[in-house]
Ligand binder design. Structure first.
Ligand SMILES: Cc1cc2nc3c(=O)[nH]c(=O)nc-3n(C[C@H](O)[C@H](O)[C@H](O)COP(=O)(O)O)c2cc1C
Length: 212
């Protein structure tokens, strides 16, 4: 879309809640964690950070399989910020929760990315036309996953303790550099994880303030 991007990962890492000058249209692009946007620190950052001039907000959520009823929670967040909620678009991308699942092989991952292109094109078209996204699926299963399962998943399964390293780690320190909660340190050239819940740790999250 040739718009400016704000790296929210960096903002959170720097504990920076200073207002951001946006256009009237804001797009939040974020991976799905436990059938919602990565909660707590991200919604916390969005709640606290003023998006100057913003009127409308779209959410684009990439996911390994499904976003559940994430739209409901995104809508609440938009309302809380007095922004017009323009919907949530689900984009299927390679799975990356390696603590529980296998990541797809490179060839399979390339296919997944390629298959996502039509949805990405439709998503961009909607935003450019200032149209709301089509309403995503929202059945009992979706509501269950984004509701009670989100809390259980978060509490019991998503922990930094699930991560470890082996001899293939070259100790490059990228994980330390990118962790927004500064929860990873290098010890003898290998990463060690602190006690912070990983849902508060891993995310790639950007806001795209559109030029008007
Ligand atoms: C902690 C965690 C939880 C996840 N939960 C979900 C989920 O509920 N639904 C889903 O479809 N994908 C889930 N995923 C997969 C990611 O959303 C998906 O791989 C996404 O494309 C990753 O985006 P990124 O490469 O921009 O980080 C999860 C990944 C992580 C790390």
């Amino acid at each position: 879309m040739q718009d400016d991007i704000v790296d929210v990962n960096a903002k959170i890492k720097a504990v920076d809640y200073s207002p951001i000058k946006t256009g009237e249209n804001v797009v939040v692009v974020t991976p799905t964690y436990a059938w919602r946007i990565p909660p707590r620190i991200v919604s916390d950052w969005l709640s606290k950070t003023k998006l100057l001039s913003a009127k409308r907000i779209w959410f684009v959520m990439n996911c390994g399989s499904e976003i559940g009823n994430a739209s409901k929670y995104n809508c609440s967040l938009a309302e809380q910020k007095h922004l017009c909620y323009m919907g949530t678009s689900q984009i299927l991308m390679p799975e990356n929760y390696i603590a529980m699942f296998d990541a797809p092989q490179a060839e399979e991952a390339r296919k997944i990315v390629k298959n996502a292109e039509p949805t990405i094109v439709d998503t961009i078209a909607c935003i450019k036309a200032e149209q709301p996204f089509p309403v995503p699926r929202n059945n009992l299963y979706d509501r269950f996953m984004s509701g009670p399962v989100n809390s259980i998943f978060y509490q019991f399964f998503v922990k930094a303790t699930a991560f470890q390293t082996d001899d293939t780690c070259i100790g490059c320190g990228q994980c330390v550099k990118n962790c927004p909660k500064n929860n990873i340190a290098l010890e003898n050239g290998k990463p060690i994880w602190g006690g912070i819940n990983v849902l508060n740790v891993w995310h790639v999250f950007v806001i795209v303030p559109q030029k008007q």
